[in-house]
Design a binder for this molecule. Structure first.
Ligand SMILES: Cc1cc2nc3c(=O)[nH]c(=O)nc-3n(C[C@H](O)[C@H](O)[C@H](O)COP(=O)(O)OP(=O)(O)OC[C@H]3O[C@@H](n4cnc5c(N)ncnc54)[C@H](O)[C@@H]3O)c2cc1C
Length: 670
């Protein structure tokens, strides 16, 4: 690696005085991790990094094979760009078409510090919002990369066909998202992800047609091949025939999305899962801050125990919708009969500076407090109102409908209610995972040759992601980071052959994959994987949800172990291994969740502070807000786990954080 440990321009602010010792049962203290950031000032670090990355000559690029798993915004961008540069690229997705990746479901928008509005936005302000929004638990250097590349992302996606909304005069339109006081979110009504994903998938298709990308659809990565400590390929399973096959490469990029579905009911596409990242973890890739999970304040509430999903109503609605509950607990009057003075617009009351656009962690916690306090509305008293009455009166129904029409239709389809005549009902729902595979500044994991991009990684967002920063981070990784950092790694490997398919590293990993499917099919119990997943979701929502306690987390760990034991004894999978078998696919994913869930709780238990979405009730300020402990926990925790055959052991590595451009401060949105 070409970079030395970061040295900052001025003395970095408050590095942790003590590297926290591993104190909990089963937790061992590991090593100090090096982020491999360029030395020198952070605001110019990305340019210096790019200037110093090694290059591969155009004549040599086709000699390198790269596998990109995932075709969402991160994976499609990385595969299309690397292929365009001349590398031999293989793209893998379990979907039947690349454009079906979960990114297609994103709604509200994508941020950029493009500063076309005269509202005093800037790169520095973007970095400040992102670092502060993440409650100082992310790398400042990466926030700069995100901000710097953001304008290029908008221009690039515009050029490859994403039709952003425009003002009457023709310039691109923007709106605001939570945690900021400027208007930097570019959008396409409530379908931004769809339009970006279609454009990215078209770019990938162009490279496939040109013969520069081999595309494997309906293939699931089930394991990672590691030889002499280097990532050397993946094992994929053909989802129609069950055939297992090794794919070999000089480098592997995982762009496999987030793991929010571990909560069973989440806003994610139903088949998003943790398995690719978790399989890599089992082969040695560290998992960073897995308990950092974002609960979106504007998901739809659960209305029946049998519901298997929750639906997102985009944060963009908070530009015009006002959130409130009745001022009196247990008030069962229809919302339109509750007079103004008997409503509590609690976000506007508690956080007047940001109001309804407070960041998601703050808004979700406030909603939970209102619901737990007996102020919840709806048949199950588990939601709060999001009301467009005032905006419609001010701007007219036509204007509001033109901004949010498709979201209003979605709400109407899901609930049968018309949000233009009666307020929406919303509640916090599991949404986005800030945690993920640990990677250095080059996006390389702790396994050399294994890179991670998009939501599968942990970067940029710290303990709380700002709305519309995730489509951006997936694009920055895919189009403008991986295409520099993977070649930088490959440049030193010219002449290195691909692994021989008969190498024991390949045959043994194949044998492990076969054995795993045989074992799962052979359990022969009575309960389908969904039952265990549903149970796990309930344990996680209550033990490792919007707020956490020592007692609740300890209890959750016991409950997860119990589900895991019963899963190993009582799982039933109908159907064989050698044809379409979605129960078998699901069982593998649930087995992985049952391990990851325990690590999430261990991570949350270990971090004895509150920060961002990780709210430990024991650590709150006098005003009830999250109380960080920077002297001990200004760090990224990255986990290695031992054998899972018996009681697992956890080794906790630490990457200390420091802040140069954005001084540490108590987050205050009041
Ligand atoms: C409802 C909703 C709305 C959102 N709206 C916004 C928004 O407005 N703005 C914003 O910034 N963010 C938004 N987000 C977050 C954002 O959509 C995601 O973080 C982002 O799209 C993730 O992109 P990705 O490329 O990392 O992964 P994904 O788009 O999740 O793609 C993952 C890919 O990996 C593949 N894959 C996974 N595992 C395997 C495997 N084992 N084998 C083979 N292939 C595999 C999948 O097939 C898929 O192609 C939203 C999220 C949700 C849930």
């Amino acid at each position: 690696m070409i970079f030395k440990r970061s040295r900052t321009r001025s003395a970095p602010q408050e590095v942790p005085a003590v590297i926290p010792p591993g104190t909990k049962a089963g937790v061992k203290a590991g090593s100090i991790l090096d982020p491999n950031e360029p030395s020198g000032p952070r605001d110019t670090a990305w340019q210096r990094a790019r200037d110093n990355y090694r290059l591969v000559s155009p004549l040599n690029r086709r000699k390198f094979s790269i596998i990109v798993v995932g075709t969402g915004l991160a994976g499609a961008g990385a595969a299309a760009t690397l292929a365009d540069l001349g590398y031999d690229v293989t793209s893998v997705t379990y979907h039947d078409a690349p454009r079906r990746a979960h990114s297609v479901a994103a709604q509200g928008g994508i941020n950029a510090a493009r500063a076309k509005k005269v509202d005093n936005d800037s790169i520095h302000r973007f970095v400040t919002d992102t670092v502060k929004g993440g409650d100082f638990r992310g790398r400042e250097s990466e926030a700069f990369r995100l901000a710097e590349e953001s304008a290029r992302v908008i221009d690039h996606m515009n050029a490859v066909g994403a039709p952003f909304a425009r003002e009457y005069g023709g310039s691109l339109a923007t709106r605001s998202f939570g945690g900021v006081q400027v208007s930097r979110t570019y959008y396409t009504r409530g379908q931004t992800g769809q339009q970006l994903q279609v454009a990215a998938a078209s770019e990938l298709a162009r490279q496939v047609r040109a013969g520069r990308v081999k595309q494997y659809v309906r293939h699931e990565m089930v394991d990672l091949i590691v030889k002499d400590g280097q990532a050397s390929g993946v094992i994929v399973r053909h989802l129609l025939t069950g055939e297992l096959k090794p794919l070999l490469a000089h480098a592997v990029v995982l762009a496999t999305g987030g793991y929010g579905n571990i909560y069973f009911r989440s806003t994610l596409a139903k088949n998003s899962n943790a398995s690719a990242a978790w399989r890599a973890h089992r082969r040695g890739a560290h998992m960073a801050m897995p308990s950092f999970v974002q609960f979106h304040p504007t998901a739809l509430p659960i209305s029946s125990e049998w519901q298997s999903k929750t639906i997102l109503m985009s944060e963009s609605l908070r530009n015009d919708g006002r959130i409130w509950v009745p001022a009196t607990p247990g008030d069962v009057r229809p919302p339109n009969e509750i007079p103004e003075e008997e409503r509590d617009y609690y976000l506007e009351r508690k956080y007047p500076a940001f109001g309804n656009l407070t960041p998601r962690d703050v808004a979700s916690r406030a909603a939970k407090e209102a619901i737990d306090g007996g102020f919840g509305v709806g048949p199950l008293k588990n939601s709060v109102y999001l009301d467009f009455r005032d905006a419609i009166a001010r701007l007219g129904l036509e204007t509001i409908a033109s901004r949010y029409g498709n979201l209003f239709h979605m709400y109407h389809d899901a609930t049968g209610e018309d949000p233009t005549t009666s307020p929406m009902r919303i509640a916090p729902g599991a949404h986005f995972t800030m945690g993920g595979l640990w990677a250095d500044y080059q996006l390389m994991t702790s396994i050399p040759g294994l890179f991670v991009a998009g939501e599968a990684g942990f970067g940029y967002h710290g303990a709380n992601r700002l709305g519309a920063n995730s489509l951006l981070s997936a694009c920055v990784d895919g189009w403008f980071t991986i295409p520099y950092t993977v070649p930088n790694y490959l440049a030193g490997k010219l002449g290195q052959p691909l692994l021989d398919p008969d190498d024991p590293a390949v045959t043994e990993t194949m044998a492990d994959a076969y054995a795993r499917f045989d074992r799962l099919l052979g359990i022969g119990g009575t309960r389908p994987p969904r039952d265990f997943h549903r149970e796990l979701g309930e344990v996680l929502y209550s033990g490792c949800g919007v707020s956490r306690t020592r007692e609740g987390l300890t209890h959750a760990i016991g409950a997860i172990r119990d589900i895991r034991e019963r899963f190993a004894r009582d799982l039933l999978i109908a159907g064989p291994v050698d044809r379409v078998n979605q129960e078998l696919e699901y069982a593998g994913r649930v087995e992985d969740y049952l391990q990851l869930a325990e690590l999430m709780c261990v991570d949350a238990l270990e971090r004895e502070e509150s920060c961002g979405a990780h709210f430990r009730e024991e650590y709150r300020s006098d005003t009830g807000e999250a109380k960080r402990d920077d002297s001990t926990w200004a760090s990224i925790l990255a986990w290695e786990t031992g054998s899972w055959d018996d009681t697992p052991t956890f080794t906790r590595h630490v990457e200390p954080l420091s802040f140069e451009a954005v001084p540490l401060e108590v987050r205050d949105y009041r």
